[in-house]
Design a protein around this ligand. Structure first.
Ligand code: HEM
Length: 482
């Protein structure tokens, strides 16, 4: 029943359709001649829940109970293979039994789930978590050999991922957008009524890490409305009322971005960098996390398994952050001639990262981003926001203020990434220090440390180059330098 309710438009959407019909005939008329689609057609709710579903995802039907049960028991029965603490070592036997059980499952058909978007998303979440549990609890393969993900997980995960248009691995959606339940089911959707459910490390730090990303995502919903309203304004150029509205909305946007910066900064109070780096992040790693020399993953029973997108989750997959870049026209790919010119370092960075991260989003959300970046999403004749601001003196400064807010966000985010990853890669996991396996941990620590190559982010990219290039591309969006 929840699922049915969830797919209906919200009361706000009914209201907005009604208002359009009543007052907005020129608006509706213009829209209809261009493109009839709305954000809701892309499973985006600009009023209430943004990219989140409005209800928590229900558990899978009985035919898939084995998957759900394995996920329920995973945290108690498995430990990270690279964790040599007594507590982790005590779980090796139950871990092998869990993995053995998973290998013994038949390949279950996911087609019955494909008629319901929320069930398909739930299947993705469950299978993707199981894959990461499986791989990261398993012994390292022999030299030169890959990790093999058994077909009982690999085949259905690839099938459901193809259906959803999302990568067949743990994503931002599986850890943040879909990984929650209501604290109080009688209360409506709100960030304060969300509790994150699946946790690898079982720590409050991990729960808070997901919550921080969710807060940023939640704060971005107002921005989605601003985008929607901009695209739907019937007239802009020469219309002082409309221009004043856009200027006010740009000021609001700068405020939203500043709030998201504060949210990101807030992670420091609730997530211990050491716990993040040593207890949580290893579970996130995808096939390419440790670079080209380390063993990759093979999906048993899947043709061309090496062509799959198998990097792990990253907030770089947050559709809110991408929507922000699209709306302000940040050029991560260095396709436009903008100033200050890219540095040699900028040119060396991975310019395809943000585009690649879109393949880790639910397909409908990716389509939404493509849609809002094309003129067909805008009222007839409407130019992009940056173009309009460039030729409208009253909008130049408000536009640049919003861009500066985003540049500041990326500056701050770089400092957080440095604190949580680069600095931590040079530390020792405290739980193991002084224990008999300290030397093994030292080896591990060394292999992760910068000395053996650059500190890597999701997809094995060079982290600092990547984040700096994103910050500099944002700066290049400023009108005053161009
Ligand atoms: C402890 C907190 C965080 C850490 C350690 C962290 C770390 C990173 C790292 C290492 C990357 C590089 C790409 C990758 O490896 O995936 C990245 C990218 C990114 N992160 Fe975070 N992040 C954190 C929190 C957040 C939050 C709360 C957001 C907001 C939603 C966010 C937004 C982004 C975005 C948009 C990117 C893509 C690159 C860019 O736009 O500059 N991060 N993050």
């Amino acid at each position: 029943m929840n699922v049915v309710i969830d797919l209906l438009p919200s009361p706000h959407q009914y209201l907005s359709h009604a208002v359009d019909l009543f007052v907005g005939w020129p608006l509706s008329a213009t829209r209809k001649s261009v493109d009839k689609r709305r954000a809701a057609d892309f499973d985006v709710d600009v009023w209430e829940s943004g990219f989140f579903p409005r209800q928590p995802l229900a558990r899978l039907p009985r035919a898939y109970a084995a998957w759900e049960r394995a996920l329920d028991s995973a945290a108690t029965e498995l430990s990270l293979w690279e964790d040599e603490s007594d507590e982790a070592a005590a779980k090796r036997v139950s871990g092998e039994a869990w993995r053995q059980q998973v290998r013994s499952w038949p390949v279950i058909d996911t087609e019955p789930l494909q008629c319901n978007l929320r069930l398909a998303q739930r299947a993705h979440l469950v299978l993707a978590w199981l894959v990461h549990y499986y791989v990261h609890s398993a012994p390292e393969p022999a030299p030169g050999q890959p990790f093999v993900v058994p077909k009982s997980l690999a085949v259905p995960l690839v099938a459901i991922s193809q259906h959803l248009g999302i990568a067949p691995i743990l994503t931002f959606a599986d850890t943040v957008l879909w990984n929650w339940e209501f604290i109080d089911a009688s209360k409506p959707f709100s960030i304060d009524n969300m509790r994150f459910v699946n946790l690898f490390s079982g720590t409050e730090d991990e729960r808070n890490f997901y919550l921080t990303s969710a807060q940023a995502e939640f704060r971005g919903i107002e921005m989605l409305r601003i985008i929607d309203e901009y695209n739907n304004l019937p007239n802009i150029e020469g219309d002082m009322t409309a221009i004043s509205k856009v200027a006010r909305d740009l000021a609001r946007l700068a405020g939203i971005i500043a709030d998201i910066s504060d949210i990101i900064q807030g992670v420091r109070a609730v997530v211990d960098p050491h716990v993040f780096y040593w207890d949580l992040r290893p579970w996130f790693e995808g096939s390419d996390a440790k670079g080209p020399e380390a063993p990759g993953w093979v999906y048993e029973g899947v043709e061309d398994s090496d062509a799959l997108d198998l990097s792990g989750p990253s907030a770089g997959q947050s559709s809110v952050m991408h929507a922000l870049d699209v709306f302000l026209d940040v050029d991560h790919k260095l396709r436009s001639r903008r100033y200050p010119a890219p540095s040699a370092e900028n040119k060396r960075a991975d310019h395809g990262f943000m585009d690649r991260m879109r393949r880790y989003m639910p397909g409908k959300h990716r389509d939404y981003l493509t849609w809002i970046s094309t003129p067909s999403a805008r009222a007839a004749g409407r130019v992009s926001l940056r173009e309009l601001a460039g030729r409208t003196p009253q909008l130049r400064e408000p536009f640049d203020n919003a861009v500066m807010a985003l540049k500041k966000l990326r500056d701050l985010h770089m400092r957080i990434a440095c604190l949580y990853i680069v600095t931590q890669s040079r530390t020792t996991p405290s739980a193991y220090a002084g224990c008999p396996v300290a030397s093994m941990m030292e080896r591990l620590q060394k292999s992760r440390a910068a000395g053996e190559g650059p500190t890597r982010g999701t997809g094995g990219n060079e982290l600092s180059l990547l984040l700096k290039a994103g910050r500099d591309a944002t700066r290049r969006t400023l009108l005053k330098d161009n």
